[in-house]
Write a protein that binds this ligand. Structure first.
Ligand code: PLP
Length: 383
């Protein structure tokens, strides 16, 4: 059946602007693009450990059978959530099917009509979508700009009408398109001063930041100063799903009002087992070794960009971006690197602002120094 003309036109428009998205094949290129920062998604050991765990515990289910509020609340849920509370020093935890649905469910339900959300202008699409579904008003503040946030908070405080009008501030501990980090200590102070609730998305921080890889909040010992943390498992943990960490009351609220939690089939038990086993692995000596390898590669990458005088957005994380400017040029350069065997992705506008189109390099524990040197030397010949 034909699709409506309007849809066809939108596709053609994308094509015309050289922005048409399509699903690529998996490649055998050298990985500088995946979020699999520690290589856990392909760890045979982790896969086998998960299999043993399931078999030993006589868990042979393929699916969850329903929403957690109906038939899907497998006993593993409580076990994993309790473990996550201990590991992450949180009062309570609630697993979601993905980081996307966690952010959607959190931001669409927690800030109520009359409340205000202040979000970093580079915040992830999943948070933006959640905010769009919320009845609260929202305003952005300049990226990682504490002064700008302070101005907005001060202005809001003057104009607050109702006594119970709440302010939520949201940031990421590692920004997915830039790889940079906020000054969380200053943000916490500011939120305390203005009695605002701070929410931190740690998607790209798990496995990367902190001496155990448990994220920026924990690294700075701010667990009790942050209203909620959203941690996802599809990146460095190499599996799937997400958790919201916060107070018992917050979690009770989400169970009752977060629609992306309520109206969906729960994650299957084997996904929960993978999360559990992946945490054990990440916190083991081997996991720590992988984190060390990743950080050595990050340091090496930085020293090579310096040696080759290639300008990147300053970053100490696994994400490093080189601004190219222009969708066509960025896409062409990515294609050239891919033709040389390196999987480097172009990040184009409108995903990033016009003029800030970039090549994004994701670093991993398993990248070799030789690969890093080769890809950067190749890039330096285009610059
Ligand atoms: C900052 C951030 N938050 C949330 C998500 C969504 O997580 P998931 O892939 O588990 O849906 C992503 C993934 O792209 C992300 O980069």
């Amino acid at each position: 059946m034909n699709v409506p003309d309007k849809l066809q036109k939108k596709i053609e428009e994308r094509q015309h602007n050289n922005l048409l998205r399509s699903l690529g094949d998996t490649t055998n290129l050298i990985d500088f693009s995946s979020n699999d920062y520690l290589g856990l998604s392909k760890s045979k050991e982790l896969f086998v450990n998960t299999h043993h765990f399931l078999a030993e515990n006589l868990i042979f289910e393929n699916g969850a059978t329903g929403s957690r509020l109906l038939s899907g609340n497998h006993s593993l849920y409580t076990e994993v959530e309790e473990e996550l509370c201990q590991i992450h020093h949180a009062e309570a935890a609630l697993l979601f099917n993905s980081g996307y649905t966690a952010n959607l469910g959190f931001f669409s339900s927690v800030p109520l009509r009359g409340d205000i959300i202040l979000y970093d202008e580079l915040i992830h699409a999943s948070i933006r979508d959640g905010i769009q579904l919320s009845n609260a008003k929202s305003y952005k503040f300049k990226h990682n700009n504490v002064e700008n946030l302070a101005e907005k908070l001060a202005a809001l405080q003057q104009g607050l009408q109702a006594e119970n009008q709440e302010i939520y501030v949201v940031t990421e501990s590692v920004f997915s398109m830039d790889g940079d980090m906020p000054n969380l200590l200053e943000l916490v102070d500011l939120c305390e001063k203005y009695k605002a609730y701070l929410i931190v998305d740690e998607a790209h921080a798990l496995g990367v930041l902190g001496n155990k890889g448990l994220g920026l909040v924990q690294d700075l010992q701010l667990e009790n100063k942050v209203f909620a943390r959203i941690i996802t498992f599809g990146k460095a943990l190499g599996c799937h799903g997400a958790v919201v960490l916060g107070s018992k009351t917050l979690i009770q609220f989400l169970i009752n009002f977060s629609r992306s939690f309520i109206y969906t089939t729960a994650l299957p038990p084997h996904a929960l087992a993978t999360i559990k086993v992946a945490y054990d692995y990440m916190l083991s000596v081997k996991g720590k070794g992988l984190q060390k390898d990743l950080h050595e590669n990050i340091s090496y990458f930085l020293s090579e960009t310096k040696r080759l005088e290639i300008k990147f957005i300053p970053s100490k994380t696994a994400i490093h971006c080189c601004i190219i400017s222009g969708n066509k040029k960025t896409r062409d350069w990515a294609k050239k690197l891919q033709d040389f065997g390196f999987d480097v992705k172009p990040i184009l506008s409108p995903t990033v602002p016009e003029g800030k189109e970039r090549l994004r390099f994701c670093l991993h524990s398993f990248n070799s120094k030789k690969e890093i040197t080769q890809v950067l030397e190749k890039l330096s010949t285009f610059v």
